[in-house]
Design a protein around this ligand. Sequence first.
Ligand SMILES: [Zn+2]
Length: 486
Amino acid sequence: MSNTTKLTVNKLNLTKVNLIKGAVVCFIDENENDKAFLNEVILKGSEMLKDIKKHPKYHNLKDGDFLEFPLASNTKIEAIIIVKKPNDITEVNVRKVGAKLANLTHYDSITIFTSNIEFLTQVTYGFQLKSYFFDKYKGERSKRVKNINILSLSPKIFKKNYLEYSALIEGITLTRDLTNEPSNILTTEEFAKRLESLSNLGLNIQILEEAELKKLGMNALLGVGQGSPSPSKVVIMEWQGIKGKDPLVIVGKGVVFDTGGISLKPANGMEQMTVDMGGAGVVAGLMKTIAIRGAKKHVIGAVGLVENMPDGNAQRPGDVVTSMKGDTIEIINTDAEGRLVLCDLLWYVQQKYTPKAVIDLATLTGAIIVALGNEKAGVFSNNQPFAEQFIECALEEGEGAWQMPLDNSYDRLLKSHIADVKNVGGRPANSISAARFLQRFVDNDLPWIHLDIAGVASTGTGSSISPKGATGWGVKSLNKLIDKYF
Ligand SMILES: [Zn+2]
């Protein structure tokens, strides 16, 4: 099973400190309650720590770092973890402190107390974000902290505060699970089934099958999946937390596996193409979060689920397809398939829902990794204030995002001799020509953002706040954007 560390919350009782098992985390703080807790823990623990601030190691501690003091076996407390509270206590900084504590996987149980509820909330959130494991296919489970025990002066207030964050944890966990899942398991059928199960949270789920997509004229999307035995699907997830408001629509690329098709990718690294549904994974996680927290917002998630395989039936380079919009597309490279899925989906949601704004997410181009690495997603938009709102939210959430240019000077890259447009613009400005391709299918007056998440959806190294593999990038920023601006 994949999961995060189990969370329990209790009221601080200083007389019961001796019953705590595992490691105990204390913050160096001038607050009387924090001092009393530290003294009580140290009293039960170790004589030598009596004046912790005079400890030689303490002076070298950087903000947010900690010292670990294993204790002798005459107490249930296995170790005392002394954390130097960071001076700069932005939410993102405090989460990183919690995430560092999640690396202490040699303890079964970690207890954390500090009197500042907001600080405690963010530490807990960071801890849970980092302590995600995807080890369901391993005989030997990953080492992990099994329990995190939160002690609070007001557990009721903590729990109420934390509801929003546990909704985010649940959403991000879904995004990570979907993105980490191998493609023989997460077929288009299985993906749709998992999304369908979100209906028990109050989401209205609608699945459009191939016959329906054909009727709608989504030939660009269908062309991508025609070489795969897995049927192409579009899944719509609607959350109507408020009536009478035009929706924000979030669109995701869900290529469950991308071989490149007839324009076959090289073998080296092809296994990483299981994450080519990362955009759809973010949409799913975001919709789950919004539903769990019962947001009073109108949001629609739409994902295109296809598999790009080479086959006797597969689309060829040189083929021309007619999109739902009516524009004809010359397929130059069958590996530039994400934009073919998105262009029909973008067109469809505009016709069907009169959205207030549209955002799409896609692991669209390798070129965005060349430009921005694994640190930042590429942000493209036809509306500067909207782009700035998103980037502000991403900054607040510590999710890297960087705006890229998007103007008609790049359009000549996409000129086709035999169709209205071709599906690739060549190596120069590859991410930008991909975004310009999508823009053809978006109404000029509709605020729209395209997020190229090829570099951030999954990382081989992990980050300060997420483990190796799928990150869940985007759920936090989009959730904040919806709260602030919709
Ligand atoms: Zn591709």
